[in-house]
Design a protein around this ligand. Sequence first.
Ligand code: BES
Ligand code: MN
Ligand code: ZN
Length: 494
Amino acid sequence: MKIEFVAAEAEAGAKAAIAVLAPENTPLAGAAAILDAATGGALQRAIDGGRFTGAKGQTLDIVAPHNVDAARVILVGSGPSGSFGAEAIEVAGAQAYQTVKTSGADVLVLKLPATSAELAAAAAFGVRLAAYRFDRYRTTEKPEKKPSIKKVRLEVDDPKAATKAFKRLAGLADAVIFSRDLVSEPANILYPEEFARRVKGLTGLGLEVEILGEKEMKKLGMGALLGVGQGSVRESQLAVIQWKGAKDPNAQPIAFVGKGVCFDTGGISLKPADGMEEMITDMGGAAAVTGAMYALAARKAKVNAVGILGLVENMPDGNAQRPGDVVTTMSGQTVEVINTDAEGRLVLADAIWYCQQRFKPKFLIDLATLTGAIIVSLGKDIGGLFSNNDELADKLLAASKTSGDALWRMPMPPQYEHNIDSPVADMKNVGPRYGGSITAALFIQRFVKDTPWAHLDIASTAWKPNSTVPTIPSGATGFGVRLLDRLVADTYEE
Ligand code: BES
Ligand code: MN
Ligand code: ZN
């Protein structure tokens, strides 16, 4: 699909769909008003004759009036007038695309109410995110099920300025899409070494990538991470991604750490068969970190950032870790493994320790599809935020509001610490069922030194089987990429 910005009044064509934005309960304005006037009030008549109010998410699909060079005209509700901000325009662009994507139309012409370059870029960004599909493994899809839109044309006053404004957002869209692809890939294709290879492939963006194998990790004493991967025939990997965009390449970096369990069977504490296939997404944290690093590099962010990915596969096997095993983490602390299905925290324990030891970051944020309990707590649209630092937590919450990646802060009550006491080791890897996301966060906190730290439990949000959000097609969401990009852009760049 091609996206282009053109000066107003471009050719549309017999199979084109023209989309105009309509604010809620407000007379048509801008391009919509012009089109309405040119068609003798056809748009307004369609609105007056039905229930379309212009509310967000509403669309009204009408046959193009006789003197319009297109097959259809789509009115896209964009919410209360006066709120034609980038976010509303982005969603409206996505909504317009979703409405026509398999309609048979080949060109979507977007006529925006305001023609600023930034808003046009935001609309195009929405279209890119909405058009995401993971269709690599479909060989027999019926033609009528395939998207028909080949070209999206946005009418703007200054196509050059819009193209330029879109460049930054296109990089971010690429990053989100890269992250979504990683999450979508099945585990027979995307195992730790393959994940590492794909990350290596990003050096072209200016990222530095190192991969540590099991031998190196053993030397470092990463007994917790290695214990998780022990039952897999695939070798565990630790990926270290660096972006040096600050003036001083040695300036203290910020750091992201991702859980990259390429498949989580639960190990010897085997998961039930029903729904286990969704555990191909258990590397969603690592995918988000990869996407965030991609985004920073793509826009040459003026910051030094490190991304660490703990890449393993959690399998049952004759050599797999057993319940009752005691492992020694890189920090020296020992863990009694009560449940081999609570593996993410074991991977993070060593990856987080390594990150602090080597990089002494300004702050560290880990992302992980860590607990089913966070889905129970927050539902499928909101990620859990845990932090030892109010300032970092507040910055994340602010970035969450503007990026669309929703977060809710969760407590870390010290009185729950005893839940992970072990009779034989420094701690055990699970507590009681209730408050499971909290005990998981408390566990991870034990591997944080005095670094400002936040933990994002994204088991709720990394994968949306039935999405109703126009910018997020069902499946991998790319949650976290926009959030971290925003956080850096708003608060941590030079
Ligand atoms: N990867 C899962 C968490 C998960 C659940 C992610 C659903 C995405 C969707 C994690 O490794 C896990 O198995 N957690 C256990 C922890 C329990 C054994 C303490 C859980 O949530 O049941
Ligand atoms: Mn698990
Ligand atoms: Zn897991």
